[in-house]
Design a protein around this ligand. Structure first.
Ligand code: UDX
Length: 450
């Protein structure tokens, strides 16, 4: 099958590469010539485990193509995936200008039947806007309705986790397709047939239901996290270890173990943005989404707890201090720092006059891209180097390599024996046995941090 993908950001590139890997011919289009030139050489501009291999082998096999020319991409596939960005406006609602630009491009260049597929996370009602945009351009190009090529618009939200996107694409729980058209059903079934062999994962539903499914899924997961963070904060004050509570509630299959890890707050490109956008959508239809607002508020507060705990541990005196920060990305296995808790911590530290000595296995370049070169930001290539001359250590991301640590060496390197563990990576007892003070999230031991 021939498929076109607009936007080679995270979602578009993973979608295009995986569909090519499943045997389809895929052309990816992006307006950024540098990105396209790099991809044509097999260089992947984002860090995603396994993606390099998939891109390289499919470019070599002649199944994956890249272009900056919209006309080529529109002509290429019967399926036209829209995977461009939908950044939040100032008011939190998703900015649809890029999605609608693609819709207009398709309208300008199409000469035969096309299916436009909303892959980006877009608010309920976007498919109608995409349809209107295409129809308006076609009406200009072809004054007579009889000459206009037919098209359909459907919604096919992605459920990819960064760091596990390739696996999620091929082994995801479900493939949601919102459409009312039999023709689209058949084409989308053909597109996803390679991933649909073992059991039927395709769920066809109304377009608007598919659009809301995406927001509901992410908001539900964000709610679980904020809920758990709230209970963790309570546990600290009640002298209870949240880890025991987590296991106690996770064992109930109605609750489950997923997404109930307390920490320093959720970040990334989806949860913060999607919770805000759904809140905004609610208010547009006259509904005050109190729970969603609370999920967001709890998360913002949670991101500040690292600084509060550190500041209390160091008697409020941070000016001139150097703080080692392990883990800068919003979660392990990615270099993405969008809405990362580490950023809230670092910015608070700088405001208080402290210097950050940061270490991350992959996000160093991204961190410099965001903050540039500055005297109060020193990034090092080795986690132990981050500790040399530092006053205390804060963990923001649970990279696997942080799970085995020589605490005696940490103690020897730090000027003050303080570890703030924003992801509950360490065993508090092991840390304390080495003579360090431990401040986790929701662990009885963290009480001193208040
Ligand atoms: C998420 C969804 O999982 C995915 O289905 C959707 O398509 C896009 O958004 P992603 O943003 O890549 O994926 O990250 P995810 O692994 O879900 O983590 C999101 C954030 O929640 C991270 O900052 C993570 O550290 C945090 N988190 C997750 C917790 O704090 N506790 C948990 O129990 C789980």
């Amino acid at each position: 099958m021939k498929i076109s993908v607009f936007g080679v950001g995270y979602v578009g590139l993973v979608t295009g590469a995986c569909l090519a890997d499943a045997g389809h011919e895929v052309m990816c289009m992006d307006i950024d010539p540098d990105k396209i030139a790099r991809l044509q050489k097999g260089e992947v501009p984002i860090y995603e485990p396994g993606l390099d291999d998939v891109v390289t082998r499919n470019v070599a096999a002649g199944r994956l193509f890249f272009t900056t020319e919209p006309s080529k991409a529109v002509e290429f596939g019967v399926l036209q995936f829209i995977a461009v960005g939908t950044p939040p406006d100032e008011d939190g609602s998703a900015d649809l200008q890029y999605v609608l630009n693609v819709a207009r491009l398709v309208g300008q260049h199409m000469t035969s039947y096309k299916v436009l597929i909303d892959k980006s996370t877009v608010p309920v009602g976007t498919a109608d806007k995409v349809r209107d945009a295409v129809a308006a351009v076609l009406a200009e190009r072809f004054p007579s309705e009889a000459d206009r090529p037919a098209f359909d618009v459907c919604s096919n939200p992605e459920f990819l986790k960064e760091g596990a996107a390739i696996e999620d694409f091929s082994k995801g729980a479900r493939i949601v397709v919102g459409t009312g058209s039999e023709r689209v059903r058949e084409l989308m079934s053909e597109c996803y047939a390679p991933y649909n062999r073992i059991r039927n994962k395709l769920m066809f539903m109304d377009v608007r239901a598919a659009e809301l499914t995406k927001y509901a899924a992410n908001s539900m997961l964000a709610t679980k996290i904020s809920f758990m963070n709230e209970v963790a904060n309570l546990a600290e004050r009640l002298d209870v270890d949240i880890e025991q509570v987590r296991q106690g509630i996770g064992s109930d299959p109605r609750i489950g173990y997923h997404f109930i890890y307390p920490g320093c707050g959720y970040g990334g490109s989806c949860f913060p943005k999607d919770v805000q956008a759904l809140t905004r959508t609610a208010s547009e239809v006259g509904y005050d989404a109190e729970l969603l607002k609370a999920v967001e508020a709890v998360n913002l507060r949670q991101k500040q707890t690292l600084f509060t705990k550190l500041s209390n541990a160091l008697d409020g005196d941070l000016k001139g201090r150097t703080i080692a920060v392990w883990g800068l990305s919003f979660k392990p296995e990615t270099d993405d720092m969008r809405d990362a808790p580490s950023r809230v911590l670092m910015e608070a530290l700088w405001k208080a006059g402290a210097t950050v000595r940061g270490y991350d296995p992959v996000a160093e370049d991204e961190c410099h891209r965001i903050y540039g070169q500055r005297d109060d930001l020193q990034l090092v290539d080795d986690r132990m180097d981050a500790l040399k001359g530092a006053d205390a250590l804060v963990i923001c991301t649970e990279w696997t390599e942080f799970r085995s640590v020589d605490f005696a060496a940490v103690k020897a390197a730090l000027r003050f024996p303080v570890i703030v563990d924003g992801r509950n990576v360490f065993d508090p007892k092991a840390v304390k046995d080495a003579g360090l003070m431990y401040y986790g999230v929701g662990r009885a031991d963290s009480l001193q941090g208040h």
